[in-house]
Design a protein around this ligand. Structure first.
Ligand code: ATP
Length: 267
């Protein structure tokens, strides 16, 4: 597949009905300060989209707006259903899930219990109280996908930093999230953990839509299928990694230093 695009790269069973998330004229204002300023973004199934931009560009606020944590105007539709104005848990139930910069797992509970609770988010209290004798197949599958099967009965508190992020991603998978918005998932990770996380995102991204808010440009270059660059709340560029890196405006506002270093290394 050729990742170069004016249209996003497709993956999985992308087709006519696979336009997962459509953001139109999204605007978020805090006391007169516009943090997200008329953003348009279309995300397709199979897209591993990186959202980059300088500090304060509005990346996290955009994710907050899509997931209902801050009020916004404009439109965010998932397969035609409007999400703006809906409550956080209702948005989550449509299959839009997110992680935060700091992993929020229950440290005293086991890996399996964390997944079980996440999977039960939509179930009744009575169902939740019933003790399960076996691990549900989709939880088993998530454990394997995130590579934590061997640690399923260990408390989440003993997990390494990277493993906690993977558990959080697993918690979204068992909730059947098919749009995953991940806020700096590899921050603080070792080189190997980054590599493993990138491969995990590729695996889960083939059949879903994954948006990664990230500052790590090496990580972006290695794993992005498409990139959107935000600056001062606006989209200033959108395209493949190659297109973004070649864009003079992007170089000027964001990648300038990195590009200059690379150019000097080439000579
Ligand atoms: N709750 C809030 N109240 C007021 N201003 C806010 C609030 N949340 C964010 N902002 C402001 O909105 C702007 C965008 O912030 P945001 O955290 O979305 O940027 P970002 O691109 O995610 O930055 P970073 O890469 O540093 O995480 C910043 O100027 C920030 O100070």
């Amino acid at each position: 597949m050729n990742p170069t695009r004016t249209q996003p790269s497709f993956g999985g069973n992308a087709g006519m009905s696979s336009q997962y998330l459509e953001i139109r004229n999204l605007r978020v204002t805090f006391d007169g300060f516009t943090a997200v300023d008329g953003v348009d973004l279309t995300l397709f199934q199979g897209d591993l989209r990186f959202l980059i931009g300088p500090n304060g560009a509005g990346k996290t606020t955009l994710v907050d707006a899509v997931t209902g944590l801050v009020p916004a105007t404009g439109s965010v539709t998932k397969s035609g259903v409007e999400l703006l104005g809906q409550k956080v848990h209702k948005i989550a139930r449509t299959g839009v899930g997110r992680t935060f910069q700091t992993a929020s797992v229950f440290e005293e509970l086991t890996v399996l219990q964390n997944l079980d609770i996440a999977a039960g988010a939509g179930r009744s209290a009575l169902t939740m109280l019933r003790r399960r004798k076996t691990v549900l197949p989709h939880i088993e599958e998530a454990l394997e996908t995130i590579g934590l099967s061997h640690l399923r009965d260990r408390p989440a508190g003993i997990l390494a930093h990277g493993q906690k992020q993977w558990l959080e991603i697993g918690m979204l998978l068992v909730q059947d999230a098919d749009v995953l918005l991940l806020d700096e998932p590899v921050a603080g990770m070792s080189h190997d953990e980054r590599e493993e996380t990138g491969n995990l995102l590729r695996r889960i991204g083939a059949e879903r839509t994954v948006v990664v808010v990230e500052h790590d440009m090496d990580f972006m270059r290695a794993f992005a299928t498409s990139v959107t660059v935000l600056a001062r709340g606006q989209v200033i560029a959108d395209g493949s990694v190659e297109q973004i890196q070649a864009d003079p405006m992007v170089q000027q506002v964001y990648l300038g230093t990195a590009a200059a270093v690379e150019a000097s290394e080439e000579h």
